[in-house]
Design a protein. Sequence first.
Length: 131
Amino acid sequence: MQNQPQEKSVRTLRVGEQIRHILSEVLARGDVHDETLNSHMVSVTEVRMSPDLRHATVFVKPLLGKDEEAVLKALRTNTAYLQREVATRVKMRYAAKLKFISDESFDEGSHIDALLRRPEVARDLENDAND
């Protein structure tokens, strides 16, 4: 049985999680010699690998979401160093190219939470529960 294109293989998920742990550790220890990265706590929330494992999309969020653009710029500036760190710790045929982007899932979750707390939505939800 062949995987559908949208299904993720166990290997891509495992490698993505390995890379997420490595990047989290490197950033937490302050190994990157960058003032912006050393002055901000950065969460690596997810790493999505391409099917050939050559590209990794790294979703990040600075603590409290502050200075997000500066943190992304610093990560992108230090991509070569971070790629080398990942390549030395993950045994793969090719070193994955890292692409850093902001994780918007927290913002989306907050927006949905705010919508659900609106009085008219709460009223509708109560009516559905009473029916």
